[in-house]
Ligand binder design. Structure first.
Ligand code: GDP
Ligand code: K
Ligand code: MG
Length: 270
């Protein structure tokens, strides 16, 4: 049986390098429907039943840029069996922000810590095992450019895709924010396949595009608006601001607990 893997991640995290290393000559280049963003799909060269898609680079799943819309629509509508979030491990804090969002889609998620060669050269140390524990998500260290540990990455991705365990997302939010999100979640009745959790967070953020993806009655929307009002009062911030702050606090905390910077402190952007 075939498995579909989506490579998601920030721009320049090494997605295309990884895609090329995995697919070799078994790749097809086209455009995403209706837009001029390049679409790359392919097959794992060592097992052509495994289909791989190289998604446009994004910093978040907000619907503000063309790349965000394309990646988000693909993940929500095509629902790959597993998402591999390709992370520039020399910039881990910034890259983990997206990981928290990807984990909310209800699709198995694996973090590929790419550019480990750079991390090691800088003398930085990342405690991947601890990261895995804190995030409740498989973490695999790789170097796409050096072809290091890529078979292991695919092995783990396939394992996650095939596991029928209940999906566990990253626990990003404080119990105060969580309370409001769960209240919204409990008001929703959605069609199969759509993650209530994802929709509840998007509604809490007043995400401009969520209305075109789902249908909610006026009554339910009114009740949701009241929940958001109470949250905004408690936090003295709007829904989108609350969620953004909590994501940043979470990734800063996780990074402090798992990354020790060496003396050189270089990143790929230096
Ligand atoms: P994308 O935007 O995510 O598709 O990123 P690319 O695959 O285009 O890679 C961005 C840059 O990072 C390129 O210059 C790559 O050669 C480089 N790169 C990708 N993977 C690695 C890696 O594992 N180690 C190092 N040192 N550089 C990498
Ligand atoms: K690039
Ligand atoms: Mg690319």
């Amino acid at each position: 049986m075939g498995i579909t893997i989506a490579l998601a991640g920030n721009p320049n995290s090494g997605k295309t390098t990884l895609f090329n290393a995995l697919t070799g000559s078994y790749q097809y280049v086209g455009n995403w429907p209706g837009v001029t963003v390049e679409k790359k799909t392919g097959e794992y060269k060592k097992n052509r039943e495994i289909k791989i898609t190289d998604l446009p680079g994004i910093y978040s799943l907000s619907p503000y840029t063309l790349e965000e819309v394309v990646s988000r629509d693909y993940l929500l509508k095509e629902r790959p069996d597993v998402i591999v979030d390709v992370i520039d491990a020399s910039n881990i804090e910034r890259n983990l922000y997206l990981a928290t969002q990807l984990s909310e889609l209800g699709i198995p998620l694996v973090l590929a810590l790419n550019m480990m060669d750079v991390v090691k050269k800088n003398g930085d140390v990342i405690d991947s095992k601890k990261l895995e524990k804190l995030l409740n998500c498989r973490v695999v260290e790789i170097s796409a450019i050096k072809n290091e540990n890529l078979d292991e990455l695919i092995r783990v991705a396939v394992e996650e895709a095939e596991q029928n365990k209940e999906f566990v997302e990253i626990e990003t939010f404080s119990s105060e924010a969580e309370k409001y999100i769960s209240e919204i979640e409990s008001l929703l009745t959605l069609k199969d396949n759509v993650s209530k959790r994802w929709v509840a967070i998007k509604l809490f953020e007043s995400d401009s595009k969520i209305g075109s993806d789902i249908e909610i009655s006026k009554d339910v929307q009114n009740n949701i608006d009241k929940i958001i009002e109470r949250a905004e009062e408690e936090f003295d911030d709007d829904g989108e601001g609350i969620i953004t702050d909590e994501r940043y606090n979470f990734v800063t905390d996780i990074t402090n607990k798992t990354v020790k910077k060496g003396r050189k402190g270089l990143t790929t952007s230096d």
